[in-house]
Design a protein around this ligand. Sequence first.
Ligand SMILES: [Zn+2]
Length: 299
Amino acid sequence: MIIDAHMHYFRIEGFDELARLAEHENSRRGWQEICEANQIAFSVAMGNSYDAPCRFGGVTPRLINLGGEPFCAQPYNQPDNVGYCLGVQSEEITPDNAEKTAMEFEYYLQRDPHCLGIKFYMGYQNVYLYDPRHEPLFELAKACDVPVAMHSGETANHHGRLRYSHPLTVDEAACRHPDVRFVICHAGNPWIVDAFEVASKNENVFMDFSGLWEHRLTPEREQEIEEFQRYVRMWLNYHGIWDKIMYGSDWPLINIPDNIRNLGRIVPEKHWDEFYYDNALRVYSRIKVIRRMLNAPKE
Ligand SMILES: [Zn+2]
């Protein structure tokens, strides 16, 4: 069984097109079929939509909506096997609205077990993770015992400045907040070695391996990335941080069987249980609660 620790569940034209390039369909049914065909028991969706109502005068979290629009937390109108991280619009947060923003986020974290964590979009948002404006959100993550995930590495548009998405910036935030779990998304790619060092040094830092390639992988492309896979595997073996790595896809960016197969070439087979399932269950620990609620046979 697999937990996808990083995917997107958002209705937007650009994602429909990405899904087509990966030979999938960006729809509720499309994702459920993929999960059944590939033994994906649960998925963590990173919030993208902008339809959250403002309740406390803060900056609203970005949610998910592919399962039905608009998003509803009570009763939950997205699939039971999809949870979500609340997306942060860091550039909109000011000293005046930072506390109110945490209240907007708390609304979901308190009510909805499917709300699994908080996702920061560094690089897309030109703000450092450790900026003081994020402090109330870190306090909230600590109080609710949910992880903080940060986009890291290359960005898909030109607005972003790469210095904000460097994985070394997570070291600062993780040191200041030893009681909060941090996830370096995309393993910092291409600064993978830096991400490994930050995760190796800090007990509270983890990585997901989503978004390392895109679309359908042709045989030629699979050959081209072989060297890259060996390089990442070398550093993984060097650090031996098997409790820190999580499977992720960044769907709809990538064809799922292609992604599962190719990430399996990076992680040695004897560590597949940790990589594909166990570590995500520990980091996004609310998944345990949901799986218990659903009476899932395997944990
Ligand atoms: Zn992503």
